[in-house]
Write a protein that binds this ligand. Structure first.
Ligand code: PEP
Length: 250
């Protein structure tokens, strides 16, 4: 049985003081919840402080991006090792906002995934179609291309360290959630793709999160689908009550 994995993507929200307050609130609200894997992903500058607050708790910390080079003259960038040394366990890669605003291609995302794994960070690899692509009937084609590109040269051992987050772009931050049937259909497609590439055993172990306007009121119906193994939560993860209610979905 796959353990559900729920992660909060705080995006470019919460300064140091507010990030600490949110971490403290979550620490209290989620104490003792061990049936779900939990992570929060604050801005890079807040990772150290949040990780210290959440040390020895059931909540892990992740970053939202890295650069693919190991180190060097890349002004403004943050390396995988820097995130790890600040206390991150996970890193979100390939988020649609990075693809859209920062022109990240599947090739760049693949390099970042390899770099993260090389230092021991666990990638949360995001993918998903735009509304235009869905309406043109291209959802599976787009998802397949993103899987092939993002997971190029990833062997079975590495694949087991990666979480996939299916996030239809039209559902991110829009309040529009994919129906449980729409989401399950794509998750099943992803699992079948994994089965073809890595075999049954590995495909059954990989965690596939859903992301896109997940909130307390829709978390349970999504999470109860056979191939939905958790959620990547944006907006609702900024409020401790909402995030805690999502984690404790029933
Ligand atoms: C996200 O950015 O990963 C996301 C799913 O955002 P939201 O929950 O706000 O739609």
């Amino acid at each position: 049985m796959r353990k559900k994995f729920i992660a909060g993507n705080w995006k470019m929200n919460k300064n140091l003081k507010d990030a600490k307050l949110l971490a403290i609130a979550l620490k209290n609200k989620l104490a003792g919840v061990n049936n779900v894997t939990i992570a929060v992903c604050p801005a890079a500058v807040c990772i150290d402080a949040v990780a210290q607050i959440l040390k020895d708790t059931n909540i892990s910390v992740g970053g939202q991006n890295i650069y693919f080079e190991k180190e060097g003259a890349y002004t403004g960038e943050v390396s995988a090792d820097m995130l790890l040394s600040a206390g991150a366990k996970y890193v979100i890669l390939g988020h649609s906002e990075r693809r859209q605003y920062f022109k990240e291609t599947d090739e760049i995302i693949n390099k970042k995934i390899q770099t993260a794994l090389n230092v021991g960070l666990l990638p949360i690899f995001c993918l998903g179609e735009t509304l235009e692509e869905r309406e043109a009937g291209k959802t599976f084609e787009v998802v397949r291309t993103q899987l092939e590109g993002g997971l190029n040269n990833i062997n079975s051992e590495k694949m087991l360290k990666i979480t996939i987050a299916y996030e239809p772009v039209w559902a991110i931050g829009t309040g529009k959630t994919a129906t449980k049937e729409q989401a399950q259909e794509v998750h099943k497609f992803i699992r079948n793709w994994l089965k073809e590439k890595y075999g049954m055993e590995i495909s059954e172990k990989v965690i596939i999160q859903y992301g896109g306007s997940v909130k307390p009121s829709n978390a349970a119906e999504l999470m109860n689908q056979p191939d939905i193994d958790g959620a990547l939560v944006g907006g609702a993860s900024l409020d401790p009550d909402n995030f805690a209610d999502i984690v404790k979905f029933k």
